[in-house]
Design a binder for this molecule. Structure first.
Ligand code: GAF
Length: 388
């Protein structure tokens, strides 16, 4: 039985009714890391790994959730929405945001599972939050647009889960378009879809299979460091609002010697924004080789200046760099574990897989898993076997 049938059967078993089925994908980001919360640009896309939700409305205020893959359940009510510090918070946080926004929701039942590898940095939490928001919108006929829903997901993550993430993951998962990347301006939320024309080239994710326990606190620290840099620079340039408004000349003039650590963080962000703009130009010119070089530059910055990589991610990038079939590689997402993203010639895929699997084991003692991913549409309804 495939996953959708399993989720449906589990829902029918638990709630004696037919569910609505929703697919909410994970994401990749080609370039532009840790730029979203600095009001910069990102270049993500939704992928063919997703969270699937079987959902149904209730007439009371009760919440009944089943995390199918974890074999865990949660029961509560809409009147008692407090963080549990478990997986349930991704659902509860979204319900809390809908309540805060005055949306007329009732209780609901939800069974969910998925194909996004856990802790791999592919945004399973954003996918789940988007799926829940999308479900509430459908179940209770709220008429919200996608941007409104993904903003609810971000607030759920920021205020309920406590991770001060930017908007990229929710945006990519909700707004993704098959075979396109999204060039997103995280300040204005203006976006454009760019066709991903990479004939003969695959997007390959290599999972380091490590997850640093400090990932959330380190992430929040990086964000605070960027904000500290902006506050300092504001004394010289009152008009600036975020690192988006800052140049390397400003940083070199005022921050370099005064605050070397903050300088390195800010310099990485300013340079990464420029790499993204150069990368978009390279893609438009169909110069994937140039784009790949920018990916390596991004990794160097993330590893040495922003310090969010780890030995395992660095090892994966080093191995990839030595392979002639790889055009570019870098760590992806928040860091401290998760995946690298690699652009690999299709005809070199087998050889690359063999080499990186073997070398990663030799150098780290760990196994890596590879995922060749396709770019898909964002959060959507799979079926409406019933009407609410
Ligand atoms: C995580 C966050 F959720 C995103 O908002 C983004 O900041 C990313 O790390 C780094 O680019 O995925």
């Amino acid at each position: 039985m495939d996953l959708l049938n399993q989720l449906t059967a589990s829902f029918q078993d638990a709630f004696h009714s037919d569910p609505l089925l929703i697919c909410s994908p994970g994401r990749v980001n080609l370039i532009g890391e840790h730029t979203d919360y600095n009001e910069g640009f990102v270049l993500p896309a939704a992928i063919d790994k997703a969270i699937y939700l079987a959902v149904g409305p209730r007439t009371d205020d009760e919440l009944h959730f089943v995390a199918y893959d974890l074999n865990k359940t949660y029961q509560g009510t809409l009147n008692d929405l407090l963080p549990t510090h478990t997986w349930a918070d991704y659902l509860l946080g979204v319900a809390a945001q809908f309540r805060l926004a005055g949306q007329p929701i009732k209780g609901f039942n939800c069974v969910f599972g998925g194909t996004i590898p856990m802790g791999a940095g592919l945004s399973s939490s954003a996918a789940l939050e988007n799926g829940v928001g999308f479900a509430l919108n459908e179940l209770f006929g709220l008429g919200l647009d996608r941007i409104a829903m993904l903003k609810m997901s971000q607030r759920a993550e920021n205020d309920f889960v406590g991770a001060k993430v930017g908007i990229m993951d929710m945006f990519a998962s909700m707004m993704g378009k098959a075979n396109h990347v999204i060039k997103l301006d995280c300040r204005s939320l203006e976006y454009a879809y760019a066709p991903l024309q990479m004939d003969g080239i695959s997007i390959v994710l290599c999972d380091s299979r490590v997850k640093h326990s400090l990932v959330t606190s380190e992430y929040n620290t990086r964000r605070a460091e960027c904000e500290a840099g902006v506050r300092f620079l504001k004394t010289f340039y009152p008009e600036i609002h975020s690192l988006r408004d800052v140049t390397m000349v400003m940083l070199d003039t005022h921050l370099k010697h005064a605050q070397p650590l903050i300088y390195r963080r800010c310099a990485y962000v300013v340079q990464e924004n420029q790499r993204l703009l150069d990368g978009v130009a390279a893609l438009e010119a169909n110069d994937i080789r140039a784009f790949g070089q920018l990916m390596y530059g991004s990794h160097e910055g993330l590893s040495h200046w922003y310090e969010v990589s780890c030995p395992e991610l660095d090892t994966l990038v080093d191995i990839a760099r030595d392979h002639p079939g790889v055009l570019g590689a870098r760590m992806m997402g928040g860091g401290f574990g998760g995946c690298t993203i690699n652009l690999v010639y299709e005809n070199a895929l087998d050889d690359f897989t063999h080499l990186i699997t073997k070398q990663y084991k030799v150098r780290t003692g760990k196994d890596t898993y590879l995922h060749v991913c396709k770019i898909q549409n964002g959060t959507n309804l799979i079926s409406r076997s019933v009407s609410y």
